[in-house]
Design a protein around this ligand. Structure first.
Ligand code: SAH
Length: 287
């Protein structure tokens, strides 16, 4: 294809020391194969290859996506499929949810340039991070947004701000590419994520570690009668999830919270005469 030098490798695959991490691009329930293909093309234009699909409507592989990708094969070949958003982001420590619409939620809203600079800082610290994109017709649901640390909104004409899916991916991937050197020269910036954290020797918790704790806490709260009336349960759970997401927990803090919930539920069980469940702390994956 014109304008493409096949001898050139994207920045991440050049020989040398292991390169910093890149954002994962997560398409949630994409509908049109064409949009998946043009997303792959936009990503590879900007040197990105980690494309994750959550329940694509027309299945995978998809010939329409292949045609529209116009040769962005390294992206298509490494596509990973997931059954749920939480599985798709399980290994990530920082997550952005894209939306043209503001949400009735306590979440920071960042424009692409700022998000790109933040992601570059994450990358240099060896963190894993990614960006969620919603289905063409409906966008992301609030239950998806709640999994994210921040909303990423491209500021456009307020009367017409909704982008095509692949165009949104392109704008954000392009900002990521431009931000390559931002913050690199800041002398005090450390490459060790532990130096930024309140608990010495710990790491930012992955989304899966936080989710595992939240599921446990939710089950205990239901058991304790806190999450009633049932009609209010989804919003109460979303509020709780937002609180813990905002806290940017470390793996050590998640272990402590497991212990807190275990001790409270054990106490309640003993008061009620039931034997202590005797569960052990969920230990985080070694990294
Ligand atoms: N009708 C949907 C829009 C879906 S567009 C809605 O009202 O939300 C498909 C996806 O592109 C969105 O879910 C979002 O991930 C991304 N997107 C579109 N416009 C955007 C914008 N201005 N800023 C950030 N992401 C945007």
């Amino acid at each position: 294809m014109s304008g493409t030098d096949r001898q050139q490798q994207p920045p991440h695959s050049q020989p040398g020391p292991p390169s910093p991490r890149q954002p994962a691009i997560v398409l949630v329930e994409p509908q049109l194969g064409e949009n998946i293909g043009t997303t792959a093309r936009a990503m590879y234009n900007c040197g990105l290859t980690d494309l994750r699909l959550v329940r694509p409507r027309d299945g995978w592989p998809n010939p329409r996506a292949e045609a529209a990708a116009s040769g962005a094969d390294p992206v298509l070949e490494s596509v990973r499929l997931f059954d749920s958003v939480s599985e798709a982001v399980g290994d990530l420590t920082r997550i952005y949810a894209t939306s043209a619409r503001s949400r009735d939620m306590v979440k920071p809203v960042v424009p692409p340039r700022l998000a790109a600079a933040e992601m570059r800082a994450c990358s240099r610290r060896g963190e894993t991070f990614g960006v969620l994109f919603g289905p063409e017709r409906t966008g992301l649901t609030n239950d998806h947004v709640v999994l994210a640390d921040a909303l990423l909104a491209v500021p456009l004409n307020p009367a017409f701000s909704s982008l095509n899916l692949a165009q949104a991916v392109l704008l954000i991937s392009y900002e990521w590419m431009l931000a390559k050197d931002i913050g690199k020269e800041t002398p005090q910036e450390s490459t060790d994520p532990r130096s930024e954290l309140p608990v010495a020797g710990s790491w930012p918790a992955t989304a899966a570690e936080v989710d595992n704790f939240l599921q446990r806490m939710e089950a205990e709260l239901i058991d304790a009668g806190f999450l009633y009336p049932e009609v209010k349960r989804p919003i109460m759970l979303r509020n709780l999830r937002n609180i813990f997401r905002r806290a940017r927990l470390t793996d050590q803090e998640v272990r402590t919270l497991h212990g807190v919930v275990r001790s409270l539920s054990g106490r309640r069980n003993r008061r009620q005469g039931a034997p202590d469940a005797g569960e052990s702390d969920a230990s985080p994956k070694s990294r």
